[in-house]
Design a protein. Structure first.
Length: 410
């Protein structure tokens, strides 16, 4: 019976709270009616607190907002655990005072319910408005752990923090500790970068990648970063970062000549200066440790399957010879695989060479000249349709690229 009476009392209080808030907030500055129904914070709409409710309250005049705040305080005294009133109070206070908002209300709400996402969200924006980088990030970290579905909003908050005085330095310092939000933030930042901004956060990416225990995420992050550098024309910088990140020294490559690792089973070095697999519906690539690289192609148009960028040295200026050990599992009428080479960022093709039924290292698949100003070779392997297109496959066992002035396996 006691529990029933308590529940009835709660519902009555909620009803009068709603009626009260509606009455004090239903008039805009221009005299028009404001729909304040969304000001009641239920679990379903509390996540829209900033986007919707602040907009509504901002349309009420200062006197009405003040009334909301004062009466919400009274309501809190009557019902101390009324989170709805508490959040109303916080929103009204935020809208009236802006960056000078008293955060005690929000801190009180957090102390009562440390996992309330609406409260944490308000605190996050409160600290952000004040320019408090540390506490903004603290609340953001809690939100990310409690609700990881709003990654886009969280990334936007991080960018806002980054724009604050000292924000970039603080974020960089935090990223070096490999926080849980680091991968998502950095990946989003890479995706939205341009030629002017891509290098500005390279240090943070390297720091995070070396500190995080999630090696898969670290590898993907480095790949995205290096690919963007190359896309924007910074291939020399990308190669330097790659060599540094993966401890690639002169002794890593056979004979210390052209920087190219032909051992297909060696996965220590990542793309794009090792084999980069294509991502499309017509070419599949897999690494078979005992037999090499396996490629399958089924398409009606040429499709790239493998790609690698090779830094060239002085010995390559006399020309290069390409040799491969491979087995083609198809007839030429069904389709084939073809090597193509370009200088980085140059449209002119240096050579095309199809792989026969069986290719051996003793054969020269292609011999080609290298332009004097060609610093990086873009070597590609394509799937080519035949007269009667059908699925074709290739086992690529070994690749050699040899300067014409000497003989060595790169």
């Amino acid at each position: 019976m006691t529990r029933l009476l308590t529940n009835v009392a709660i519902w009555i209080t909620a009803f009068f709270a709603f009626a009260f808030v509606y009455s004090v907030c239903a008039v805009r500055m221009d005299g028009a009616t404001v729909d304040t129904k969304t000001l009641i914070f239920t679990p379903k709409n509390s996540t829209n607190l900033i986007a919707e409710n602040l907009e509504i309250i901002s349309k009420a005049d200062a006197t009405k907002v003040k009334t909301i705040r004062e009466n919400a305080k009274v309501l809190l005294k009557q019902t101390p655990l009324n989170d709805h009133a508490l959040l109303h109070l916080a929103v009204a206070d935020l809208m009236e005072n802006g960056t000078n908002t008293n955060g005690e209300i929000l801190l009180e709400a957090k102390s009562r319910n440390p996992r309330n996402r609406g409260t944490l969200r308000m605190l996050m924006y409160y600290h952000l408005n004040k320019g408090d980088v540390t506490n903004t990030i603290n609340e953001l970290s809690l939100l990310q752990r409690l609700d990881d579905r709003n990654s886009e909003e969280y990334d936007n908050i991080m960018r806002s923090i980054n724009a604050l005085p000292g924000g970039q330095e603080k974020i960089t310092a935090l990223l070096s500790t490999a926080p849980s939000w680091g991968y998502g933030y950095l990946q989003s930042t890479i995706n939205e970068s341009n030629a002017q901004t891509i290098q500005s956060f390279g240090h943070s990416i390297i720091e995070f990648s070396t500190k995080t225990e999630d090696r898969k995420s670290a590898l993907l992050l480095m790949q995205s970063y290096l690919a963007k550098l190359i896309e924007f024309g910074f291939i020399e910088e990308a190669y330097a970062e790659w060599a540094k990140a993966f401890s690639v020294g002169p002794d890593y490559f056979e004979n210390g000549n052209i920087a190219f690792n032909p051992k297909l089973e060696d996965l220590r070095a990542t793309i794009p200066f090792n084999w980069q697999h294509a991502r499309n519906n017509h070419v599949t690539v897999s690494l078979e440790r005992n037999s090499g690289m396996f490629l399958s192609y089924d398409g009606k148009k040429p499709q790239i399957g493998l790609r690698q960028f090779l830094p060239l040295n002085a010995q390559s200026r006399n020309g290069l010879k390409l040799s491969v050990e491979a087995d083609l599992h198809a007839s030429s009428k069904q389709g084939s695989f073809e090597w193509r080479a370009y200088c980085y960022k140059e449209p002119q093709i240096l050579f095309k060479a199809k792989i026969g039924k069986t290719s051996t290292l003793s054969e020269s698949l292609a011999t080609f000249a290298v332009p004097e100003d060609c610093a990086f070779l873009d070597l590609q392997l394509w799937g080519i349709p035949g007269i009667y297109p059908s699925r074709v496959s290739l086992t690529l066992k070994e690749v050699q690229l040899t300067p014409l002035s000497s003989s060595y396996e790169n």
